[in-house]
Ligand binder design. Structure first.
Ligand code: CTP
Length: 397
C-alpha cells in the first residue's frame, strides 16, 4: 500500500463502528498519507475528538459555522485539499444526506464542493441497510462514482446477524489503495537541480546566467504528481513550488554540490536541470571593488566541478538524467554529453530558439538514451516534464 503525498479526509459519522476510525487513520498515516478528520456531532458520542486528533496529528474539523475554524481551514479549502474522502463509518442518515446533496453541515458541504474521489463505508443495522430507501440511495451514489465499501456480513452490535457491519479498517484501506491510481514513481526519491547559480566576485557582484528555473520546477511538480518524494535544489529564482516538494535554496555551484552530496545517498533518480556556472572567480574580494582604484579589472576564472558528472561517477546505483543546453548541433552535442558524463538519459534543449529558451513557458526537446531518441514537440514545460518523468519511469521499472 502506498499513499505517499496523498491528502485523505476521513469523515466520521455517528455509529458504533466510529471507534475503528482510529485504526483507519493509523493505517493511512503508516502508508504515507496526510490525514485530516471531520467529525459529525453524533460521531463525538462514540469516540472523542481528542483521540482522533492525537492519532491524525491534525486538529479535528467539526463545524461549518465556527468563524475561527473556518478562518483556519474552511470547508472549501478542505474540499480542495483532499485527494480522497472516506466516510467511515457511514450511517444510513449520512447516505441519505449525501444522496440528496445536503450541505447543512461541514461534511455535507465538503463532499459537495470537492473533486476528490469519495468512498463510503456503510455501518448500520441490517434492516436499515436492506431497506429499500437505503438501497436506492446507494444505487444513486454508485451512479455518481461514489465508491461503496461493504458493508460486511456478521454479528452486529445489536445482536442481529446479517449485512451492516463496517468492513475492517485493514480491508477498507487496502481497497482504497488498489482503487486509486498510485503514480508510477511512488516511493522513489528524486533529486532535481534547477535555476542558475551565482558566483560572487565581491559582496555585490556576481557571474550568473539567464536560466529561469521554470523547467526544473515543472519537473519537480510532475515528479510529485508521479508519486515520488522530491528534493529540489534551486539557484536564485522566485517560483512557487508544490508544498510537497522539499526545496533547498542555494547560490553558488559549490553550495549546490554540497547539497547534492548530502541528498544523493538517499536518492533513486537525479535530474540535473540547473544551469550551473562552469566557472567561478578564483579570488573573492571581501570588500566591494571600488572603480576609482582600477581602470581595468582582470577576473581570473577557474572551473567549477561538474555536478552531473560527479553524481554519475560516485552514485552509481542512481538513475542519472542531464540536460544539454545547446545553440548548434543540438542532438549531436547532447549525445556526446550523454556518453562523456556517463548518464542514463539526456534532454537536449535548443536555447538559441527564444520561443523555447530559458525564460519561456514552453519547451521542445529530444530525450536521448544510449538506445533511443524521442522527440517531444513544442509544448508547455509542465507537459514536457510529465513526459520526461513517464519515460524515466518506463526505463527504471
Ligand atoms: N552541469 C552540472 N555542473 C556543472 C555544469 C553542468 O551539473 N558544473 C550539468 C547541467 O545541470 C546539465 C548538464 O550538466 O544537466 C549539461 O550542462 P550544459 O551547460 O549543457 O553543458 P556543460 O557540461 O556545462 O558543457 P558546455 O557548457 O561546454 O556545453
Amino acid at each position: 500500500m502506498n499513499f505517499l503525498n496523498k491528502n485523505i479526509l476521513l469523515c466520521v459519522t455517528g455509529g458504533i463502528a466510529a471507534y475503528k476510525s482510529a485504526e483507519i487513520i493509523r493505517l493511512f498515516k503508516k502508508n504515507g498519507a496526510d490525514v485530516r478528520v471531520v467529525m459529525t456531532e453524533s460521531a463525538k458520542e462514540f469516540i472523542t475528538p481528542l483521540t482522533l486528533q492525537a492519532i491524525s496529528g491534525n486538529e479535528i474539523h467539526d463545524s461549518l459555522l465556527d468563524v475561527k475554524a473556518e478562518s483556519a481551514m474552511g470547508h472549501i479549502e478542505l474540499a480542495k485539499w483532499a485527494d480522497i474522502i472516506l466516510v467511515a463509518p457511514c450511517t444510513a442518515e449520512t447516505i441519505a444526506k449525501i444522496t440528496h446533496g445536503r450541505a447543512n453541515d461541514l461534511m455535507g458541504a465538503i463532499i459537495l464542493a470537492s473533486k476528490a474521489s469519495v468512498f463510503i463505508a456503510p455501518a448500520m443495522n441490517m434492516n436499515m441497510w436492506l431497506d429499500q430507501s437505503t438501497q436506492e440511495n446507494c444505487k444513486k451514489l454508485s451512479s455518481r462514482s461514489i465508491s461503496i465499501i461493504g458493508p460486511a456480513d456478521g454479528e452486529q452490535a445489536c445482536g442481529d446477524i446479517g449485512p451492516g457491519r463496517m468492513v475492517d479498517p485493514e480491508n477498507i484501506v487496502e481497497l482504497i489503495s488498489s482503487s486509486i491510481k498510485i503514480g508510477p514513481l511512488a516511493g522513489k526519491v528524486i533529486t532535481i537541480t534547477a535555476g542558475p547559480t551565482r558566483e560572487q566576485i565581491d559582496p555585490v557582484r556576481f557571474i550568473s546566467n539567464n536560466s529561469s528555473g521554470k523547467m526544473g520546477y515543472a519537473l519537480a511538480e510532475a515528479a510529485i504528481e508521479s508519486g515520488a518524494l522530491v528534493n529540489l535544489i534551486s539557484g536564485p529564482v522566485s517560483i512557487d513550488t508544490n508544498k510537497s516538494v522539499s526545496l533547498y535554496k542555494i547560490n553558488s555551484a559549490n553550495e549546490m554540490l554540497e547539497k547534492v552530496d548530502e541528498l544523493m545517498p538517499n536518492t533513486d533518480i537525479f535530474i540535473g536541470c540547473a544551469a550551473v556556472s562552469d566557472f567561478k572567480p578564483s579570488h573573492y574580494y571581501e570588500n566591494k571593488i571600488k572603480k576609482e582604484d582600477l581602470n581595468v579589472i582582470d577576473i581570473e576564472l577557474e572551473k567549477n566541478e561538474d555536478i552531473l558528472s560527479h553524481v554519475a561517477k560516485v552514485y552509481k546505483s542512481s538513475y542519472v538524467v542531464g540536460f544539454a543546453a545547446e545553440t548548434k548541433n543540438v542532438k549531436e552535442n547532447a549525445r556526446k554529453k550523454l556518453l562523456n558524463k556517463n548518464l542514463n538519459m539526456i534532454i537536449s534543449n535548443d536555447v538559441s530558439d527564444k520561443s523555447i529558451g530559458f525564460d519561456s513557458d514552453q519547451n521542445e526537446v529530444n530525450l536521448i538514451t544510449k538506445s533511443e531518441s524521442i522527440f517531444l514537440k513544442k509544448d508547455k514545460k509542465i507537459r514536457i516534464a510529465r513526459e520526461i518523468l513517464k519515460q524515466i519511469s518506463l526505463n527504471i521499472n
